[in-house]
Design a binder for this molecule. Sequence first.
Ligand SMILES: *[C@@H]1O[C@H](CO)[C@@H](O)[C@H](O)[C@H]1NC(C)=O
Ligand SMILES: *[C@@H]1O[C@H](CO)[C@@H](O)[C@H](O)[C@H]1NC(C)=O
Ligand SMILES: [Zn+2]
Length: 410
Amino acid sequence: MQTVWWLWPLVALCSGDQFRGEAEKIMRATPVIDGHNDLPWQLLTMFNNQLQEKAADLTSLAQTHTNIPKLRAGFVGAQFWSAYTPCDTQNKDAVRRILEQIDVIHRMCHMYPETFVCVTNSTGIRQAFQEGRVASLIGVEGGHSIDSSLGVLRALYHLGMRYLTLTHSCNTPWADNWLVDTGEDQAQSQGLSEFGQSVVREMNRLGVIIDLAHVSVATMKAALRLSKAPIIFSHSSAYSLCRHRRNVPDDVLQLVNQTGSLVMVNFYNDYVSCQQQATLSQVADHLDHIKKVAGAGAVGFGGDYDGVSRLPSGLEDVSKYPDLVAELLRRRWTEAEVRGALADNLLRVFEAVEQVSDHAGTPEEVPIPLGELQGSCRTTYGYSEAPSFHPPPGALLASLSTILLGLCLL
Ligand SMILES: *[C@@H]1O[C@H](CO)[C@@H](O)[C@H](O)[C@H]1NC(C)=O
Ligand SMILES: *[C@@H]1O[C@H](CO)[C@@H](O)[C@H](O)[C@H]1NC(C)=O
Ligand SMILES: [Zn+2]
């Protein structure tokens, strides 16, 4: 053995990529936890959520970035599946549609029990790693999905939601989205309204991770200040490398560091290079930058697979994570830093969120003021009779609105 030590560099050279082998070795014990995958949206748009259709077979599905063989080749060990309904469902059928997307994730998970296991906590993720199954978690993308209701928020928690993205690309009545920062939308809540703050407090109490992908910078800062637990950006990249408002600016990255929070880097070309084309190496630049500004503990992967139309060369589908890990090793990331980006950082955040949660604590109860609700097709039960003592803020406005409504009808 000792006589052939000098052969090793040669073997590495000839075997293609030593870093790729090293990446696979690391990922066998620490597979990737990805922050955001839109396969459930594809299941709706391609099959109207009919998973038993022949074409919907996840072992052979080919038009998507995600299928079971690709997840296996990519060493995906846990996935936050996105339960998503677009902004045009706000004030319409958003709640119904989000329930259906949560249902399709549950059905997908149960239909392929050798591959997936539905979990709702950090212990479940670690167990899935041991079993060699893909821990499947639910992230609800877009605060409009709770229809401004703390009761709906709690019900979604019971159905397995473990992160909520406070907005998608539209304001909710209680939180502003990133289009406020481009000037395409008006600021409404200056970050978080009073009700928006109570949503954040209730998420802390329940143990739902706060996700700040898609929100305005003011909302990012308000939530980072208020939350008692660390937060995530489930699929956002670095603003200073690509000046797109979906990305995270450096001053917010400082807050991410101070709060022990996490940015899971989005692979969408438009957020990586600000152009139609991008490369795996440019994604690694984002990971390097966030590591430099916020620390190696603040970096993760949030590929946004099946939610985007353009992906970097080298990261075309979910089988490619090991190539990105190999690139980080080539850039001299330590094994501990790589394991952090793959899984340990998310597990740290999730465990902190679980620590902060307090199911014996008092639920938030004060409803959004009626005057802040939008949409014409809703009833106002509960608002018409304000409680006679401890009137909540907005109760006066609520009863005023009822009176005015009454006048109109007369
Ligand atoms: C984690 O979830 C599992 C089900 O996947 C459950 O049995 C277990 O009690 C949970 N653990 C904690 C600490 O809540
Ligand atoms: C925040 O920065 C400090 C100092 O650079 C570093 O020690 C710490 O690990 C960072 N936190 C995270 C979450 O990376
Ligand atoms: Zn998104």
